[in-house]
Design a protein around this ligand. Structure first.
Ligand code: NAD
Length: 300
């Protein structure tokens, strides 16, 4: 039986700890909420009275906390986990935190001869309860292999993101995209409503184009990711349409924040001479601005 410590028994952590217990393991849980510790005990978990108690003699210590300051607190403050963690233990941090904080925490744990996997979670508490989370793993291969039987009790989709810190980075890229798409979806439906379109019709039409199917799975693979920026749809025409949308929005009292910001992005690409390239060449322009190298064949 593997011994697990689990700190942070909230919306996500509570059901995850319960699923590890169901998998036949001993889980010593800690949370600052007594109510949540009681719920953990009701699920056949063991109550810990501090982070160091939860970590004592465990093989894996999970943390599922709001932000990096809470993770640092439970690991490194007085009565923190490092006081009792054995050298062979692996800390698995599932909290969504700044990747540079992840690097700092890993480095401090390594100074204490403890290794770490960053393992933020995709999907929500609905899937967490079902043991069907998506796990974005950042760690040494051997540690990930050791942890996999336990991780399989939490998630049905384990993604090795390519080394220490990469899980945390992947999560932020994922959440950047989903949080911005949330705003974009709201803006599009607001514009639709303001100009009198029926919402259901609108969603039906958008579902048949890159608007909903997504650029990453439709336009990008055939064009820019295929090193081909010959125009399927030109940058200058995309900018023209975007301008019309933002102007139409103004006329119906709908301020399209993302639309206005995106006009600037397209204008940058135009300044680089990409006006007659495929609209996916926006990706090249953005990489250029970030100082990243581009494939020779489509450098421009
Ligand atoms: P939550 O607030 O429900 O749970 C966090 C728990 O940490 C709480 O029970 C709180 O009491 C406990 N806690 C805080 N400080 C503590 C400390 N010092 N010692 C011990 N326990 C402490 O939040 P959540 O929804 O479970 O989210 C946890 C993390 O997972 C966050 O980083 C969040 O961004 C991320 N996340 C959440 C979801 C979701 O759908 N809820 C999905 C993916 C990722």
């Amino acid at each position: 039986m593997t011994k697990i410590g689990f700190i942070g028994l909230g919306t996500m952590g509570g059901p995850m700890a319960a699923n590890i217990i169901k998998g036949g393991h001993k889980v010593k849980g800690f949370d600052i909420s007594e109510k949540l510790i009681n719920a953990h005990v009701a699920n056949d978990g063991i109550a810990a009275n501090s982070p160091s108690d939860a970590a004592n003699d465990c093989d894996f210590l999970f943390t599922m906390l709001p932000n990096s300051e809470h993770v640092k607190q439970v690991l490194f403050d007085k009565n923190g986990a490092v006081e009792t963690l054995k050298n062979s233990a692996i800390v698995i941090d599932m909290s969504t935190i700044h990747p540079l904080e992840t690097d700092d925490i890993r480095s401090k744990l390594n100074d204490n001869n403890v290794s770490m996997i960053d393992c933020p979670i995709g999907r929500t508490s609905v899937e967490a309860r079902l043991g069907k989370s998506l796990l974005m793993l950042g760690g040494e291969k051997n540690d990930i292999i050791k942890a996999t039987p336990i991780l399989n009790l939490i998630g049905d989709t384990l993604k090795d993101c390519g080394g220490p810190g990469m899980g945390s980075r992947m999560k932020i890229v994922n959440n950047y995209m989903t949080t911005v798409l949330n705003v974009l979806s709201g803006e599009a439906l607001t514009l639709a409503r303001a100009v009198g379109l029926d919402q259901e019709t609108c969603i039906d039409v958008l579902s048949g184009t890159a608007a909903v199917k997504s650029h990453l799975t439709t336009t990008y693979p055939t064009k820019v990711l295929n090193n081909d920026v010959t125009p399927a749809f030109m940058v200058k025409l995309a900018l023209k349409d975007l301008g019309i949308a933002v102007d139409l929005g103004k006329k119906v009292n709908t301020d399209l924040d993302l639309g206005r910001a995106s006009i600037e992005t397209y204008k940058h690409a135009m300044k680089e001479g990409r006006e007659e390239q495929d609209w996916t060449s926006i990706f090249l322009s953005l990489q250029n601005r970030a100082g990243l190298s581009l494939p020779d064949s489509i450098k421009k």
